[in-house]
Design a protein around this ligand. Structure first.
Ligand code: GLV
Length: 313
């Protein structure tokens, strides 16, 4: 009998998760990973975010692992991760919609220079900073055009922005010009006013947003990072912000999280920081998605967001 064992977010979160699963799938059996009586079984699926290595080492006999994150690098980077167990990333309509709303907020904030308003308000300064550029006159480029990226790009386009995308391999996304592969990266970057990073964190993408990449953007461009902190070489980012190469950045992810209290990004006048909250779907919305995934796997169907080792995400 299929059973879902809940590890994600620690013991205190199990009650909330179980209530969410009871609400959306009353017949699904759930249990707590932290119950001392729990023994992993071959019909069990685990719901995880960032389990300890000791926990991962006990997951080798499970039928599947479903991650509450859209990114799974935190699991793959652990030598104890059982690579023979199918791993599925978080998806679902609410996850994509929340990410799209966050990116729209970030892009509009960069366009209107909302950071300056916040700084001025703090100091009780009334100074008009006129921006007469509209969304229709602003080019946004989304790096990473998978499940989330394609949704974000569509949302930005509906809001009126000129949107293009960049991805590893050629694959069309309706209504969006997509540049594919490393060779196309310079042309893509040269034509964006605001760059949005939604790439997965893999050995190929870590450290990719460095001085050389930022230098290819038009001077004064904006950056939104909703991928992972490790995509960005933070010293290069600071340098680019300080010398005006970049006009501003909105960062939902950093290295480490949180940044140390004295890190210059905390107080940088061109930077808006948010605490890794861009897309945090409700437990019920996630539960609905997880139930769908389990159902697909039980019917030997391939979930759309199944981790593929050859791709690294
Ligand atoms: C959060 O960063 C996630 O991977 O969903």
């Amino acid at each position: 009998m299929v059973r879902l064992v809940i590890s994600s977010d620690g013991p205190a979160a199990v009650g909330g998760w179980r209530a969410a699963f009871r609400a959306v799938a009353p017949h699904l059996q759930t249990c707590s990973w932290y119950d001392p009586a729990y023994r992993p079984g071959p019909d069990d699926y685990a719901l995880v975010w960032h389990p300890s290595s000791a926990d991962l080492a006990r997951m080798g006999g499970l039928r599947g692992i479903i991650c509450t994150g859209a990114g799974v690098n935190q699991l793959l980077g652990d030598p104890a991760f059982p690579h023979h167990v199918p791993l599925v990333r978080m998806g679902g309509a609410q996850t994509a919609a929340l990410m799209a709303d966050y990116v729209l907020w970030a892009v509009l904030g960069l366009l209107r220079d909302a950071r300056t308003w916040a700084i001025q308000q703090d100091a009780r300064i009334w100074r008009e900073n006129h921006v007469s550029r509209t969304s229709a006159e602003t080019r946004v480029g989304v790096m990473g055009m998978g499940h989330l990226g394609a949704h974000v790009a569509g949302h930005l386009r509906h809001a009126g922005f000129m949107v293009s995308g960049w991805r590893r391999s050629t694959q069309d996304v309706p209504g969006i010009r997509v540049f594919a592969g490393r060779e196309a990266l310079p042309e893509f970057l040269a034509n964006v006013d605001i760059l949005v990073n939604l790439l997965p964190s893999t050995p190929q993408t870590r450290g990719m947003i460095d001085h050389a990449l930022l230098a290819r953007l038009p001077r004064g461009a904006g950056l939104v990072n909703v991928g992972r902190g490790d995509h960005v070489v933070q010293d290069d980012l600071l340098r680019a912000l300080d010398d005006g190469m970049l006009g501003g950045a909105v960062l939902d992810v950093t290295t480490p999280e949180p940044l140390p209290p004295d890190h210059p990004l905390w107080r940088h006048e061109r930077v808006t920081l948010t605490p890794h909250v861009a897309s945090w779907a409700s437990q019920e919305a996630q539960a609905r998605y997880v139930v769908e995934v389990i159902d697909q796997m039980e019917h030997n169907e391939r979930p759309a967001l199944l981790y593929e080792p050859a791709r690294g995400y």
